[in-house]
Structures are given as structure tokens and as C-alpha cells.
Design a protein around this ligand. Structure first.
Ligand SMILES: Nc1ncnc2c1ncn2[C@@H]1O[C@H](COP(=O)(O)OP(=O)(O)OP(=O)(O)O)[C@@H](O)[C@H]1O
Length: 470
């Protein structure tokens, strides 16, 4: 058996080739996955690679995480590693040993050692002191730029932070990735704590809530679980779409929800879609989600993007001229996270080359990004490509005609618009002749479902996607 190279975390990359390739795999996943998912599940992983690169063992903190990583990510990781290593590999998952493996050599590690998970559930610290509220102190109302895209959501959130337990309970905030939903939630928590320091506040990602339910179930500690959640003044729960298909979690969340509302505690939730658009969540929960105030955060408009860039640059101690901010904002349109990424590149480029920030410098720093941006897919392009492919008129995309020969390509185009652009369901409906967002949602679900079953449809969609991506 070949000797394993030492165990390292992702943040501590060693010089050996196995670890370098593992790091490439992690970097690739960082590009492909939503940041929060990546940070929760992939970033903490450590890997051990045999010298012949034939076997990779990934270490995961506990049993629950191991099951989750195996179910959700192992085949993706193993495919990626095979591509990178250029050969078949055996991927194993194991629970991180208690003794730091870095100090061991030639460890003969039994895979998936059954070690009871001893990580404390949320809010339950090992060290004495106040329980963690998991708030990021930097995400405040002050650091959140206001614009048309988030005005309603911000006003509602401010109201909740000022007078929790009154209006807008629950507050349900939805929108696409990287638009500031999480930021707004933290802002509510931070403001409440600043105004009333004794308040019991908890920010939690929905996946962590799922994990807490599983722990309570395994350890038979539901009383503690209830005590912890039901006693909060403010519960901030992020990405509730992750509750899909998790019946026990949904039941526990329903109980927590009822208990908190009964004692006038406030609940703020975020999701990637509005309550009725959530898939595989019990109806009674969906109707409760919608029973307070539901607000959308839209992609930021140009002026807001400019203001965000200038503000963020200032926070980093740099001065970004307005004309440069306009140039970047015009070219990076999808979400604030991408805007932040672009800014980081520009600042690094400027420091590295010791040059002032100018349009030319921004153009150079963002060369790759701008060339991708130029190939961005628009709904109009999708409509035209799909109409050509199925030999119907582009005008039929907006018409009210219902024969299947027209309605089906139209549904396919709606599906692709949702998959390949950042547009919301209502925006897509509008671009398809002012149709209701429920019509778009129906098309998205129908085509998405049929794609899994019908090889021919899947093939056609594949061709269309390739054509559109260029
Ligand atoms: N209006 C804004 N002003 C300043 N910064 C913003 C604004 N909107 C978003 N951001 C910043 O953009 C980044 C992404 O925002 P955030 O994580 O809140 O997005 P999100 O909507 O929760 O996305 P996801 O669904 O992917 O988690 C964060 O660093 C956040 O601080």
C-alpha cells in the first residue's frame, strides 16, 4: 500500500502534487457552488491522497456531515478529481480522527470510523459565556446601500429591527443569489442587539437547522432543542428552500414557528423564491411563511451598483473614481457578490502594479470577466434561438396562441430563461407577453420534470443550451 501524504486542510496547502490537485478541485467547486454551500460543506474538508494518486480520503467533522457530503457531493468530487488526476480514483470518506493526523505518519485509517458527533448544537457553546448568535457585526444597515431594488425589503427589515414582534411577522425576503438577503437579515439582528443588548437573537442557515434537528433526534434531546429555539426573541433563518423534502425538520420548524409567534417573537426568513414558489414544503408551512410580509430583493439597478462599488472601495481604503465605478457597474450586472469580486480584482491589480485606478486598469483587471459578460445570455436571445430550433415565429413567444406546437417551445424557452439568466419569474412572464409568474413557474417545473424522464427532450435542451452558451 502506498504511503499517504499528510493530512492538510484546504487553507494549508502543501507542495505535493496530490494536495495541489485536491486544492484545484476545491477551487473549482468554489467557482461552481453557491458561496454559503461551499463554505459550509466543502471548505472545511481535509484530504489525504495516496502517493500514487489512486486513493483520496476526505475527512469530515462528524457523522451527520459525512452522510450529507456523501449524498450531496461525493460523486461530483470524485468526477472532478478523476478529471484533474487524469485517472480513476477511489474516493473514501472518513470522520476526522481526534488526534491531529498531521503529526501521524503512515496512518492506517479505518474508513468511516463510528465516532459519536460531539460538536455542540447551535447556540450551545462548550466554553462558558453568552450563547453564540452567529451574527456578523459588519453586516449592518449602515453598510447596506439602499436603492430601488431593495427599498421595500430594507424598510420592512428596519421596522422589524426597531419594533420586533409587531408588524410583518414573519418577514419573508426572497430574491436571486448575492443580492443582499443575508446581509439584510444580519442587519436586523445587529440593530436589535445594539438597541436592546439583552435580546435573544439567533441567525442560522436552514441547513444548520436541519443538522440540529438530526442531532436532537439522534441524541433524544428534543426538549433542549425546543428550549433553545422556542425561547428566542428573534430568529433569522436563511435559505428556507433547503427544508424541501425534510419532513421532520419541517415539523420542528412549524412547532418553533408557532411557539415564537405566540409569544410575539419575530421571525425573518430568506429564500430564493417566494413562498408559493417553494417546492416540496408542506402547505401549512408555506401558508405561514406568507402570513406576514413577503418582499423581494431585485438585482440592483445601475446607480445602486455604482454606489455599492464606491462605498466598498472606500471601506477598503481605496478611492474609486465615479467614471470607473460606472464602467464596472455597466459591465457587471448580475449581483452584488460578483460586483464585490470585480472590485477585489481591480484593487489587487492596482496595488500589484502600483497604478491608479482608471478605466483602462479596470478593463485589464477584468479582462476574463468582461469577455464572459459579452457572451451573456438574454431572454430575447433564448426566444429567438428556441423559435428557430422549433421552426416557429419569434412573435409566438409573446402571443396568446395555445396549440401544442407553439405552447411547448414557449414553455421550453421559459424554462431556459429561468435556468440561464438571472431574471425572476415575474420578469420572465413580462418578457413572454405579460404572462403571470405562475405560468412561468408551471413551465419551469414541467419541462424540468420531463427532462429527467425524456431522453429526447433532454437532448434537445442540451443542444439549445450549448448553442446559447456559445
Ligand atoms: N445593497 C448592498 N449594499 C452593500 N453590500 C451589499 C448589498 N447587497 C449585497 N451586498 C453584499 O453582497 C454580498 C452578497 O450578499 P448576501 O450574501 O447578503 O446575498 P444573498 O442574497 O444572501 O445571497 P445567497 O442567496 O447567495 O446567500 C455580501 O458581501 C453583501 O454584504
Amino acid at each position: 500500500m502506498s504511503a499517504p501524504s499528510p493530512l492538510k486542510t484546504n487553507e494549508n496547502l502543501g507542495p505535493d502534487i496530490g494536495q495541489t490537485l485536491w486544492q484545484s478541485c476545491v477551487d473549482q467547486l468554489a467557482q461552481e457552488m453557491p458561496e454559503q454551500q461551499f463554505n459550509t460543506w466543502i471548505k472545511p474538508l481535509a484530504a489525504q491522497v495516496s502517493d500514487d494518486l489512486a486513493k483520496v480520503t476526505i475527512f469530515v467533522a462528524n457523522r451527520f456531515k459525512l452522510d450529507w457530503v456523501r449524498a450531496q457531493y461525493s460523486s461530483r468530487i470524485s468526477n472532478l478529481l478523476e478529471k484533474l488526476y487524469g485517472q480513476a480514483i477511489v474516493l473514501e470518506l472518513a470522520i476526522t480522527p481526534r488526534e491531529p493526523a498531521v503529526r501521524q505518519t503512515n496512518i492506517q485509517r479505518p474508513t468511516e470510523v463510528m465516532v459519536a458527533d460531539e460538536s455542540p448544537p447551535v447556540g450551545e457553546d462548550r466554553a462558558p459565556g453568552p450563547p453564540k448568535n452567529r451574527l456578523n457585526a459588519l453586516l449592518t444597515f449602515d453598510s447596506l446601500v439602499e436603492g430601488t431594488a431593495n427599498r421595500m425589503a430594507r424598510a420592512a427589515a428596519m421596522h422589524v429591527a426597531t419594533m420586533p414582534g409587531h408588524l410583518y411577522n414573519p418577514l419573508f425576503i426572497y430574491g436571486g443569489v448575492g443580492l443582499g438577503k443575508t446581509h439584510l437579515m444580519h442587519a436586523v439582528g445587529n440593530k436589535l442587539l445594539a438597541d436592546k443588548p439583552g435580546s435573544k437573537v439567533l441567525y442560522i442557515h436552514a441547513e444548520q437547522f436541519v443538522s440540529d434537528v438530526v442531532k436532537a433526534y439522534q441524541r433524544k434531546t428534543f426538549d433542549e432543542f425546543k428550549e433553545r429555539y422556542h425561547s428566542l426573541d428573534l430568529l433569522l433563518i436563511d435559505d428556507v428552500q433547503f427544508f424541501a423534502n425534510k419532513d421532520r425538520t419541517q415539523e420542528e420548524f412549524f412547532n418553533a414557528f408557532e411557539a415564537l409567534l405566540a409569544k410575539k417573537s419575530h421571525i425573518v426568513m430568506t429564500s430564493d423564491t417566494y413562498p408559493k414558489g417553494l417546492a416540496d414544503i408542506h402547505e401549512r408551512l408555506v401558508s405561514r411563511f406568507d402570513s406576514g410580509l413577503t418582499v423581494a430583493i431585485e438585482p440592483p439597478e445601475l446607480e445602486m451598483r455604482v454606489a455599492i462599488l464606491i462605498n466598498k472601495a472606500r471601506t477598503e481604503g481605496a478611492d474609486m473614481p465615479e467614471e470607473v465605478a460606472f464602467f464596472v457597474a455597466k459591465n457587471v450586472r448580475s449581483n452584488v457578490r460578483e460586483l464585490e469580486g470585480a472590485l477585489r480584482k481591480i484593487l489587487a491589480y492596482s496595488r500589484f502594479n502600483q497604478k491608479e485606478i482608471s478605466i483602462q486598469l479596470a478593463r485589464d483587471a477584468l479582462r476574463d470577466l468582461l469577455s464572459i459578460q459579452n457572451r451573456q445570455i438574454s431572454v430575447e436571445n433564448i426566444q429567438k434561438t428556441v423559435a428557430d430550433y422549433y421552426k416557429i415565429k419569434v412573435a409566438d413567444m409573446y402571443s396568446k396562441k395555445r396549440p401544442a406546437s407553439i405552447a411547448r417551445p414557449r414553455q421550453i424557452a421559459m424554462y431556459l430563461a429561468k435556468e440561464l439568466t438571472q431574471k425572476s419569474l415575474p420578469e420572465i412572464g413580462e418578457l413572454f407577453g405579460g404572462r403571470d409568474h405562475t405560468t412561468v413557474l408551471h413551465a419551469v417545473r414541467k419541462i424540468g420534470g420531463e427532462r429527467q424522464q425524456l431522453t429526447e427532450l433532454n437532448q434537445q435542451l442540451h443542444v439549445l443550451e450549448q448553442t446559447l452558451k456559445g
